[in-house]
Design a protein around this ligand. Sequence first.
Ligand SMILES: C[S@@+](CC[C@H](N)C(=O)[O-])C[C@H]1O[C@@H](n2cnc3c(N)ncnc32)[C@H](O)[C@@H]1O
Length: 278
Amino acid sequence: MWRPQAVGENEPKEVTFLSEVEYGPLAHLYDALNQAARDYGQQVRLIQETLDRWGVGRGARLLDLACATGLHAHRLAAAGHRVVGIDTSIPLLRQACAKANGTSRPSFLCQDMRALGLRAGVFDAVYCLNHTLNYMVTNRDLAGLLAAVWRALRHGGLFIFDFISYLDPSDWQGQWRDTCETADLQVRMTHRYTTDWLKQTCVDRHTYEVRRRGRRTRHQGTDRLRVILVQDLLLHAEMAGLSPVHVCGKWRLDDPVGQTGPVVIARKAREAFTGAHS
Ligand SMILES: C[S@@+](CC[C@H](N)C(=O)[O-])C[C@H]1O[C@@H](n2cnc3c(N)ncnc32)[C@H](O)[C@@H]1O
C-alpha cells in the first residue's frame, strides 16, 4: 500500500515522486514501486481515448518517450499498436525487453529524448508520462525534447504528456516521506526538496530504505527537476510547433486539472515558431 505523507502534517497529499535510484540501483523494484503508486491501466485508457477522440485509428505508430520498463508500451502493443519505446536507463530497458512475449511486441531503444535518432515524420502519436518533462531542467533540454517530438511526429500527430505543477508553492519546499509496502517488500522513502525560484529548479535529495526478504539496503540519489508553470509550458509547446488542443486532469480527458498538474494533448502544426513576425 502506498501512503504519501508530508512530514509534520496529518493530511495525506497525493504526491508522486521521481527518483534517480529507481532507474539504476533499484531498477529491479521499478514495477513494484510504480504500480503501487499509479494506475497504468487508467493511463493507457487515457491514451487510447485520446487517439479515438482525435481520429487516430488502431494499429497506430506510437513513440513512448522515457518508457522505463514498458508499462504503457506493452499494454498498447497488446492492443494492436506499433510501439517504439526509448529510455536512457539500460537496467530499465533490459526489463522492458525481458517482458516481451506474443507477436505484438514493442521495440525498445536506448536513446536520449532530447536528441532522438529516429526517422522523421513517422509517428501518429508520441506520449511522455509520469512527470518526465520535469527532468528537462534547462531551456536547452526542453527545447531539444520538443524539437525531437516535432520531428518524430507526422503532420497532425499528437503529443500526450503530463508534468508536476503544484498549485501551492510550498509543495516545492521541505521534506516528504512515503512508504510502499507489499507482502515481501517494504520501502521507506524520504525526499528533501530545495527550490531555486530564480532558476525555477528544484533539487530533490532522496533516500530509499529497502527491506526485502530479511535484507536491508539503503540508497541515496539526487534529482534535478524543473518547476513548471502550466502557461509557460503551453507557450513552449506552441512555439515548438506543438499546439495544445486539450488540457485535463490526471487521468481522464474530462477531469479538471488537479493540485499536482495537468495532462496536455498537443497537435503537430506545420511549422515551429521561428521568432520572425511578418
Ligand atoms: C518518472 S520516470 C517515468 C517512466 C515511464 N514513462 C513511466 O511512466 O513509468 C522517468 C523516466 O525518464 C527516463 N529518462 C530521464 N532522462 C531521460 C532522457 N534524457 N532521455 C530518455 N529517458 C530519460 C528515466 O530513465 C526514467 O525511466
